[in-house]
Design a protein around this ligand. Structure first.
Ligand SMILES: [Ca+2]
Ligand SMILES: [Ca+2]
Length: 243
């Protein structure tokens, strides 16, 4: 009787070992490039290594492959109940299921017990923003815009337009090119929206696909570099500098 019980325990232990081994086997070691190029099936548990944090939101964060370039970025969704603890510049290994949330590629943290975020180096150097023109970020050019989804980009020579796109999104137009296109900016991160007519030498942000549109999201006020000081931002030191 006792012998049977020991054997059944052994059988259960063996089964548990097999289950955990097959779970480990199902985790696919991949790259952000391969995820964004459609080489990995949705809902696959993936491992991406040595990616670097470029922006942190209230319910997730953006990482990029350190080699940067097209298809190098992805959003790591943690949920607002589980806000991210990483910081810009952290180098991470991440395990979680790869999902397409309404057409936006994510690794989804909270819904899988096997998910993890491991910071391997807290002091990495995030890649330089990639300079793009507004046409490359537009929803009407999805093949091009997909390359820059979740990538930190720079757009130069912009004028803010008096167009409210709703839900915190607003609009700017390029100047100085043969073909000046419009750019959608959005407010995933808190930043002071400049008034219409403001000229910007450059704007840095991450591109997010949300509610059927690609939008560029500045991470903070310092991501907007103004050509002229907007009237709402004039300080005493600006006025004193005039005399
Ligand atoms: Ca995508
Ligand atoms: Ca918004």
């Amino acid at each position: 009787m006792c012998n049977i019980r020991v054997q059944s325990y052994r059988l259960i232990l063996l089964m548990l070992l097999l289950v955990s081994a097959s779970a480990a086997l199902c985790q696919v070691d991949t790259t952000v490039y391969d995820l964004n190029n459609g080489l990995i099936q949705v809902d696959t548990l993936v491992l991406i290594q040595d990616v670097i944090v470029t922006a942190v939101a209230a319910y997730g964060f953006y990482v990029q492959e350190q080699a940067s370039g097209a298809y190098s970025g992805i959003f790591i969704y943690t949920g607002s109940a589980n806000p991210p603890t990483v910081e810009i510049g952290n180098v991470c290994d991440i395990i979680g299921p790869y999902v397409e949330y309404n057409g936006f590629a994510e690794i989804n943290m909270p819904n899988d017990a096997g998910s993890s975020i491991t910071v391997t180096d807290p002091n990495g150097t995030p890649p330089e923003p990639i300079q793009v023109q507004a046409w490359q970020t537009r929803t009407s050019n999805p093949v091009e815009a997909e390359k820059w989804e979740s990538v930190l980009v720079r757009v130069v020579n912009l004028e803010v337009l008096d167009i409210d796109l709703g839900y915190g999104a607003y609009c700017a137009v390029e100047f100085g090119y043969a073909l000046n296109d419009t750019l959608r900016l959005d407010d995933q991160f808190d930043h002071s929206q400049p008034p219409a007519g403001t000229l910007m030498a450059q704007m840095i942000g991450v591109i997010r696909y949300s509610y059927g549109e690609f939008n560029t999201n500045p991470r903070e006020d310092s991501d907007l570099i103004y050509l002229d000081v907007p009237t709402s931002k004039i300080t005493w030191s600006d006025i004193k500098a005039l005399f």
